[in-house]
Design a protein around this ligand. Structure first.
Ligand code: NAD
Length: 317
């Protein structure tokens, strides 16, 4: 990215499925980039999505949208990876990780050889594991490999808190950290509204958010994907919006703090794993990771989450 022309506004998306195509649409509507390339092993699917998207261009933002091959990654500010297979019924997270890691072995080297200066943004699940795999396969510096991580879980958490307090979710400040998945951690100790800790906000506003309510909000956050997949087979609008937010922070050098997955080496005694914490994002990718003053329970939960991810990593080849 450092050698990249500052006006580069090209984004390449690998995987033109639900998430990849919805992200391309959201990105086009955002007007953030000048060029979008879609690559999929199912070339007809990529071509069809491109045709449909291009017909929206005259009605939205001038954007060059085309399908392509790995050579077309060249010059992309960010290559976004959404390619992969979904979890089969009864399949363990480890089996899914193995299948998608094998797919990544056939993708990441081709991306990097054609675009050594770009940033990688990974969304395929299990996202923390595959972000680590991408770091190793690519040889890119830590700051240029980013997993979408808990940006989605944090959005779900803020939505539910906003609903609970009858407030705009954007006025609720709270994070989900750790794994994007079952061991994720809600940071209740730092959650606040208008700078007021939740407990004090309840006292001044006459609301309540007791342990039972908190537990319900967290469970609904953590298990949201299961409930959506049960009903419509996949999730894609919210993650696509989160990905646009990440891309915006990078392309516009915004120094935005977002909960994304990055390579953690020593924070909270967590070593060599991708896990989500609030990170400052700028044109170089991850500028730094914010060390939250977690309480003892949250720290332990985060360390357990890291251990669960490390176990999966150790079981991969
Ligand atoms: P999908 O099946 O609709 O799309 C996947 C696409 O990847 C398909 O078009 C397929 O042809 C393509 N593909 C597979 N192998 C490929 C290869 N070797 N090269 C190029 N393309 C290849 O799936 P989806 O619903 O879009 O989900 C994609 C991934 O995103 C899944 O792993 C899903 O779990 C994940 N996801 C992550 C989050 C998150 O918050 N991180 C949220 C939603 C979905």
């Amino acid at each position: 990215m450092s050698d990249m022309h500052p006006l580069t506004r090209k984004i390449t998306i690998i995987g033109a499925g639900n998430v990849g195509a919805t992200f391309a649409y959201a990105l086009m509507l955002s007007g953030l980039c000048s060029e979008i390339v879609l690559i999929d092993q199912n070339t007809a699917k990529a071509e069809g999505e491109v045709m449909d998207l291009n017909h929206a261009v005259p009605l939205t933002h001038p954007t060059r949208i085309r399908s392509g091959s790995y050579a077309d990654c060249a010059g992309s500010a960010i290559t976004v990876i959404t390619a992969g297979t979904a979890q089969r019924p009864g399949e363990t997270r480890l089996d899914l990780a193995k299948r998608n890691a094998a797919i990544f072995k056939s993708i990441i080297p081709d991306v990097v050889v054609n675009n050594p200066d770009g940033i990688l943004l990974i969304t395929t699940n299990p996202v923390d594991v595959l972000s680590y795999v991408s770091l190793k396969l690519s040889g890119l510096p830590d700051e240029r490999v980013i997993g979408s991580g808990t940006i989605l879980d944090t959005a779900r958490f803020r939505h539910l808190l906003g609903q609970h307090f009858n407030l705009d979710a954007r006025s609720v400040h709270a994070y989900i950290i750790g794994e994007h998945g079952d061991s994720e951690v809600p940071v209740w100790s730092l959650a606040n509204i208008a700078g007021i800790p939740i407990e004090d906000f309840c006292a001044v506003s006459g609301c309540s958010c007791d342990d039972e309510a908190r537990n319900q909000i967290f469970i609904q956050t953590r298990d949201a994907a299961y409930h959506i997949i049960e009903r419509k087979g996949a999730t894609f609008y919210a993650i696509a919006s989160g990905m646009v937010r990440i891309v915006e922070s990078i392309l516009r050098d915004q120094h935005t703090i977002l909960s994304v997955s990055s390579h953690i080496k020593g924070l909270y005694d967590i070593q060599d794993v991708f896990i989500s914490l609030p990170c400052v994002l700028n044109r170089h990718g991850i500028q730094r990771v914010i060390r939250l003053p977690l309480n003892a329970m949250e720290t332990e939960a985060l360390q357990n989450s890291a251990r669960a991810l490390q176990e999966v990593l150790h079981s991969l080849d």
